[in-house]
Design a binder for this molecule. Structure first.
Ligand SMILES: CC1=C(CCC(=O)O)c2cc3nc(cc4[nH]c(cc5[nH]c(cc1n2)c(C)c5CCC(=O)O)c(CCC(=O)O)c4C)C(CCC(=O)O)=C3C
Ligand SMILES: [Fe+2]
Length: 306
């Protein structure tokens, strides 16, 4: 049996502060940030220790998923890592697969919920790179309802509730990266999918108090999905909530949006409001999450008839 490729894709992060400008420019599709915008982003990376752990975590996730996939049968999978905004790029990973003679690959983004503006653009880059000469790709659009992924989320929410003084009275808020509000007019499934996975976790745990929030909205003129987590915290304080569990279900690793936007910015706001904020642990390369991602890939392989 020939080796099956896995094109594992993730966001990418600057490896040092010197790379932040090029990274920011890439995120904005070639438009350079202003000096003030750049300084603000550098400041946020400095606040989490200068570099984000995202790249190291992404590599560990890829290695662990490859091991999990190959533990069962004979070694039959090989994982190739491609980043959206830094090297190694998605196109580099596709070129490596071609060089290695990989004819078929499952393409998967390390983000569970589909939006044309996020996961869709990873797959576009992958298909573009594979157009001439392959490999044939089976693109997984979403995996937010994968049973073991929901189990992993539920376990982390339960763990965080265990750190609350009055778990029955705490609000569980499921968050994800905000996107421009125009995705709603595009019939994009992003918002519905976030509700689906949050509801599924709430049902598993029998949660009485849960809600949804948006974080990390871009600094542009157009309207973004809201309300923002910071405003939601204020509303919750006014409603009398004193403990809030934040579950950043749209992200699967510790990175800037988690370590700064939640752990520094949102925690500070919560403190000002007299709320205790407990964040759920991220998935990183925890075995339960790794097994869930391996399930997603095995399912995609079967569905493709490979
Ligand atoms: C949907 C989505 C995800 C989740 C899905 C996925 O994972 O793909 C995600 C993840 C991430 N986003 C990240 C970093 C950043 N995203 C930015 C800006 C933006 N993100 C957007 C969308 C998303 N982003 C959008 C529409 C913009 C505005 C672009 C513009 O301005 O037109 C900016 C610019 C400054 C700022 O706005 O803060 C940064 C630094 C990091 C890495 C953090 C680290 O290094 O640890 C990660 C995992
Ligand atoms: Fe982003």
């Amino acid at each position: 049996m020939t080796t099956l490729g896995v094109l594992m894709m993730a966001y990418g992060t600057p490896r040092s502060l010197d790379e932040v400008e090029a990274y920011y420019t890439d995120i904005r599709r070639g438009r350079k940030p202003s000096p003030a915008e750049l300084a603000d982003l550098v400041r946020r990376y400095q606040a989490i220790g200068g570099v984000s752990p995202l790249w190291e975590i992404t590599k560990r996730q890829a290695e662990a998923v490859e091991r999990a996939l190959n533990a069962q049968a004979e070694p039959a999978f090989r994982v190739y890592l491609g980043m959206k905004h830094t090297a190694p790029r998605i196109a580099d990973a596709v070129a490596d697969m071609r060089r290695d003679g990989i004819e078929r690959a499952v393409a998967l983004v390390l983000a569970p919920h589909y939006s044309a503006m996020s996961v869709g653009t990873y797959h576009e880059q992958a298909r573009e790179a594979a157009r001439d000469g392959g490999p044939e790709l089976c693109c997984v659009n979403q995996w937010h309802l994968e049973p073991r992924f929901l189990d992993a989320l539920a376990a982390r929410v339960e763990e965080a509730l265990g750190q609350c003084r009055r778990p029955d009275e705490a609000m569980v808020m499921f968050t994800a990266h905000s996107l421009p509000a125009r995705i709603l007019d595009m019939g994009d499934p992003y918002v519905d999918q976030l509700h689906q996975s949050g509801e599924a976790v709430a049902k598993r745990l029998g949660l009485a108090h849960y809600s949804f929030g948006w974080q990390s909205a871009g600094r542009t003129r157009e309207p973004w999905l809201g309300p923002d987590l910071l405003d939601s915290l204020e509303a919750l304080a006014n409603e009398g909530y004193r403990e809030v569990v934040v579950c950043a279900q749209g992200f699967v690793a510790d990175h800037l949006e988690v370590l700064y936007d939640i752990d520094i910015e949102a925690k500070q706001r919560a403190e000002e409001l007299g709320i205790r904020l407990v964040r759920t642990r991220q998935m990183n390369d925890d075995p339960d999450f790794v097994r869930a991602v391996a399930d997603v890939i095995e399912r995609a392989k079967r569905d493709a008839g490979w």
